[in-house]
Write a protein that binds this ligand. Structure first.
Ligand SMILES: Cc1cc2nc3c(=O)[nH]c(=O)nc-3n(C[C@H](O)[C@H](O)[C@H](O)COP(=O)(O)O)c2cc1C
Length: 199
């Protein structure tokens, strides 16, 4: 079993979502000690945004790319290879302004590649990243679970489904900005959810 952990907080220390992702990974490894782990921290090692130069590189045939364009596409290829190799994907996802962070958006922008991780057919899009289990640790300052202000989970569900990942489990740490009691309560609830994960 191969585990891929993606931390997408802008903070490389003290992050509640990374704490969740670490705890989920520990839980999985407890059941599957032989599992390998690849860990990418997008704060410590950011992935570049999808800008005009990147789009030009993507739409240039591989054998016509400049060295700079090839190097940029190789960065995306590396993230795609990590996802393809993973059986279990664990993502730490903080809420920033009701959505995911730019770090996580850049990761999705890198791994969503036509005819590699999804394809269009006469029946619509088909995701090619199948057979994977996804866990997402969500951290929020306030309370949004199952409410209209949660723009993260609907987006993540759409994105994962589009890419072929249909087995997705969310663990929440909410109320991170609501004082120490709320933080302690959220961590207790999250730990119980993580302990209940069946691998
Ligand atoms: C730039 C920024 C924007 C935020 N936006 C929201 C928000 O829209 N709703 C919310 O409930 N919390 C918001 N928060 C609080 C974070 O979701 C909360 O601090 C969370 O724990 C951050 O994740 P992390 O600890 O993994 O870094 C925001 C925090 C930051 C730094």
């Amino acid at each position: 079993m191969n585990i891929l952990q993606i931390n997408s907080s802008a903070r490389s220390t003290g992050s509640a979502s990374t704490r969740l992702a670490d705890a989920i990974v520990a839980r999985v490894r407890n059941s599957k000690p032989e599992a390998t782990l690849v860990r990418r921290d997008l704060a410590a090692e950011p992935h570049p945004v999808l800008d005009e130069a990147t789009l030009q590189a993507l739409f240039t045939p591989a054998d016509k790319r400049t060295a700079e364009q090839a190097a940029r596409i190789a960065q995306d290829d590396a993230l795609i290879a990590q996802v393809q190799a993973a059986d279990v994907i664990v993502i730490g996802a903080p809420m920033y302004n009701f959505g995911i962070t730019v770090q996580l958006k850049s990761w999705f922008d890198a791994i969503a590649r036509a005819n590699v991780t999804f394809k269009y057919t006469e029946n619509g899009p088909v995701g090619l990243l199948t057979g994977k289990k996804v866990y997402v640790g969500l951290s929020r300052g306030g309370l949004h679970r199952d409410g209209v202000t949660d723009s993260q989970v609907p987006f993540l569900n759409t994105m994962f489904r589009f890419l072929g990942m249909t087995d997705v489990q969310y663990v929440y740490s909410e109320g991170m900005g609501m004082g120490p009691d709320a933080v302690a309560k959220a961590q207790t609830l999250a730990d119980a959810e993580i302990n209940a994960i069946l691998v």
